[in-house]
Ligand binder design. Structure first.
Ligand code: ATP
Ligand code: MG
Length: 332
């Protein structure tokens, strides 16, 4: 089976609807056809301001959420990035074949360093794409399901793999981006032309899966809607209404066209009430499952230990070949 790999950063307590509908839900579906590697990039989380206690807690919460939405540790390899030291070791070798100018062209660094202030940003934020390349190349991955925002980093990953292979001999598999256009893109409820994001300025437009559904219902009630009163799917003219339709459709499985037909002659209030209702039905059992996983830290640790053992077995083989090709003397 071809291999896929993807990660989600432990940079907030809860996944938001965009993380789930745009990414993690597809991870669950991909488990059937792919040898799936899913991980929590805690090393990447150090590239933005962080609190050590909170980071450990969020890493656990992230794993619990993955399990609760249906990522299956029997079929998928689930691990925490820092448990695989080979990733950092491979990063060093890759960073030595990455051009400084090449790394400087990465737009995410420009965006995120502008937010932190260029002088406050760490070198880790700058080399982040090389760590991400190592995340992927260590595992001989065929496909990487990512959002559009990661396309440039994946291009760098491919360039580095090809460069390594042509300079030192073919060792690294060149991965393909798996950007599926029907993956939902979810927008901020208060600003429905910007993507829903954990790092938005306010959390008023952010729906977290682990929040009390009453709180989320309030946010949905005060979602920005559009002028007029007609409910139809039109991202350009009616971004707010279209976003609510997308969310309700994705969570209920009812197609957008059927929803639009159902709302003929009804108002925005009905759309909001129903969307909040469908969300509550989805998150209520999910929150229960997350609590169950969190109440058994030994079981979570066991899942991660199995995942790390499997992941390290693969990554250490890649690293041994890479070290050999670049001329490192094998330890005696
Ligand atoms: P940040 O804005 O701080 O980068 P994030 O919300 O984008 O945080 P990530 O951990 O960077 O969270 O992303 C995890 C996954 O969720 C990625 O695959 C990303 O493409 C996807 N994703 C994030 N936001 C959305 C969204 N609004 N709609 C669809 N997918 C999204
Ligand atoms: Mg992001």
């Amino acid at each position: 089976r071809p291999r896929v790999l993807s990660g989600i950063q432990p940079t907030s307590d809860s996944f938001h609807l965009g993380n789930y509908l745009g990414a993690v839900r597809q991870w669950v579906a991909l488990q059937d056809d792919f040898d799936a590697f899913y991980f929590i990039p805690d090393m990447h989380a150090l590239t933005v301001p962080f609190d050590p206690k909170v980071l450990a807690e969020r890493t656990r919460l992230s794993v619990a959420q993955l399990l609760a939405v249906g990522v299956d540790p029997e079929r998928s390899t689930i691990y925490v990035q820092s448990h695989i030291p080979e990733i950092a070791q491979l990063t060093w070798v890759l960073s030595c074949i990455t051009g400084f100018g090449e790394a400087s062209r990465m737009t995410q660094f420009k965006d995120k360093s502008a937010k932190q202030g260029v002088d406050a940003a760490g070198v880790g934020l700058f080399t982040y794409p090389i760590l991400m390349a190592a995340d992927i190349l260590a595992f001989g991955v065929d496909r990487v399901p990512v959002g559009e925002d990661q396309r440039q980093h994946l291009e760098l990953t491919r360039d580095l793999a090809q460069r390594f292979n042509s300079r030192f001999g073919t060792v690294l598999k060149v991965p393909q981006a798996h950007i599926v256009s029907e993956f939902a893109k979810i927008y901020d409820l208060q600003n429905p032309t910007a993507k829903m994001s954990k790092s938005a300025e306010t959390d008023k437009g952010l729906i977290n899966l682990l929040d009390d559904p009453k709180r989320s219902a309030k946010k949905i009630r005060s979602a920005v809607t559009d002028t007029g009163s007609e409910i139809r799917f039109d991202v350009a003219e009616k971004p707010g209404v279209s976003n609510l339709l997308t969310i309700q459709s994705a969570l209920s499985g009812v197609g957008v066209d059927d929803l639009v037909a159902k709302y003929e002659g009804k108002g925005y209030g009905d759309l909001k009430v129903d969307t909040a209702e469908v969300l509550a039905e989805f998150v209520t059992p999910l929150r229960g499952r997350v609590d169950e996983y969190l109440s058994d830290p030994a079981e979570l640790d066991a899942v991660l230990a199995r995942g790390a053992a499997r992941a390290r077995a693969v990554a250490s083989e890649t690293l041994a070949s890479v070290y050999d090709k670049v001329g490192f003397l094998a330890p005696g």
